[in-house]
Design a protein around this ligand. Sequence first.
Ligand code: PMV
Length: 319
Amino acid sequence: MTALLLGNAQMTVGYAPGKVILFGEHAVVYCRPAIAVPVADVRAQASIEPGEAGQGTVVHALDLGRTVAVREAADDDPLAQIVRSTLGVIGGDPDPDLTIEVRSTIPIARGMGSGAAVSTAVVRALLAHFGQWRSSRSISELVYQTEVLYHGTPSGIDNTVIAFEKPVFFVKDEGWEVFWVGMPFLLAIADTGVQSSTKEVVGDLRRRHEANPERYEPLFDRVGEIAIAARDAIEGGHNESLGRLMDENQNLLQELGVSCPELDCLVAAAREGGALGAKLSGAGWGGNMIALVTEETRGRVDMMLRLAGATSVIITEVK
Ligand code: PMV
């Protein structure tokens, strides 16, 4: 468990990483496999201290400027819900006098799983506070319930990859597997600074797919094959093949109509900087792109991405 007991014996802290989709976005909606990986360089943190007698459980979401008194919060408030459901699993007082502070360095609404990470950090901190342990699977299941409040019909990929902190191979309606990395690799994650709505991009593609399935089905099939090959490449430590697969996946995402000039520009810049491969990550039409880099190329790719207009670049090791 990531939760720690700090010097102040009264305080417990739980952490959780962010995530990115490495392969298979959009095709995953049509039941082809996808791969997501944890991003340890950004994280959500929840710290818990005893509160004043009678206050009940109060959550301060510092980045959002929100304070939530769990006993008064609406049923569909995700912060209150994750606290209630975790306390339910722990057993005992359903509204103990606790002050929970939540903060996160995971960009919000950028496809990096900030909601699932905050929930996971809260679950881990509460378990640590009450001296309890649960498996990653149980934590993931608890977090999934809260993901429903954020996203309506979540695929479950975010809570799984974040709770297990391992790469996940995921097929909608079939299941998922955590898998191991043959040789750790470095990803640059760059933000276009362009806001996009996952719901809108997915909806637009759905309408085009409905109008012309014979055009889109073969593209989804090929994306799925790439995800399967990418898992083999990751497990076998074949990073050059992995880069080529990223490029091929990006070509297909362009054909699916979910890239945009800003993403294409960052992808080109990363390749020019020496990346082994690059593609958009997540919904597209803005948001993030990812590039496979090495110790030798990371500095140059970072610079090229920033010169091409990236509003932030995170370099993270996947292991
Ligand atoms: O925005 P993200 O990283 O959660 O990515 C959305 C991924 C899609 O495949 C486009 C949609 C989905 O529900 O899987």
